[in-house]
Design a protein around this ligand. Structure first.
Ligand code: ADP
Ligand code: MG
Ligand code: MG
Length: 199
């Protein structure tokens, strides 16, 4: 079972991964965006890490809803409300249980991903974070490591796609040939789950 400690670890290791990879995320956002994805997420997950340190929530659901609200309020770019909605809605779906199973987490994340799709209007294949998140949630029923591999494959698979949502869509055909920054950061978030689980 996964307790609040696991969820705090998940957010902390994700914040560290975002710090490590910030330059790469911003570099990916440069040819098909406005070169701020790394700094956007650093600001957001930095705020999450500080808040969870200062006053650690005691349930898995509260860790995710608090983190989601912070991402929405601190990240200026499109990714803030989208990741914020993912975590907030997943957190709400977990309710006030003190421990949850991987199956319950999978269903909660599915609810969160559906909310992101509703908010942003992106479907699989539109070259967004959805292209890493959907396969990851599908594979999470098997294991954390399967979810990590699926998210990474999903991110790489955005390279030949033409963007249909977000800033990159303004480039039309010229968005082809570049990996989507948001799908890349989504793979970091899912890798964080595997790292927090120790697998
Ligand atoms: P901004 O484009 O406002 O500068 P970021 O650079 O932080 O925001 O995030 C860009 C990423 O957000 C994209 O690479 C894409 O994965 C994701 N994104 C943008 N718009 C959408 C959308 N409508 N639905 C899903 N994801 C989106
Ligand atoms: Mg950007
Ligand atoms: Mg921006």
């Amino acid at each position: 079972m996964l307790d609040a400690d696991f969820f705090r670890r998940w957010m902390t290791v994700t914040a560290a991964a975002v710090d490590r990879e910030a330059e790469r995320l911003t570099a990916l956002d440069s040819p098909i965006g406005d070169a701020d994805h790394g700094s956007n997420l650093q600001r957001g997950f930095g705020a999450v890490r500080a808040a969870l340190d200062e006053e650690p929530p005691v349930t898995p659901g509260a860790v995710l809803t608090r983190s989601g609200r912070l991402l929405i309020s601190t990240v200026g770019g499109a990714s803030g409300p989208l990741y914020g909605t993912l975590l907030r809605r997943a957190g709400k779906a977990l309710g006030d249980a003190s421990e949850v199973s991987r199956e319950q987490l999978t269903e909660a994340l599915r609810t969160g991903v559906d909310a992101v799709r509703q908010l942003g209007g992106a479907a699989p294949g539109d070259k967004t974070m959805i292209d890493a998140l959907v396969p990851a949630v599908d594979a999470l029923g098997d294991s954390f490591t399967a979810a990590r591999a699926a998210a990474e494959e999903g991110a790489v698979a955005t390279i030949p796609l033409r963007a249909r949502k977000g800033r990159a869509s303004y480039l039309g055909e010229r968005s082809i040939g570049h990996q989507d920054p948001g799908a890349t950061s989504a793979a970091l978030l899912i890798a964080g789950l595997a790292e927090a689980s120790g697998t």
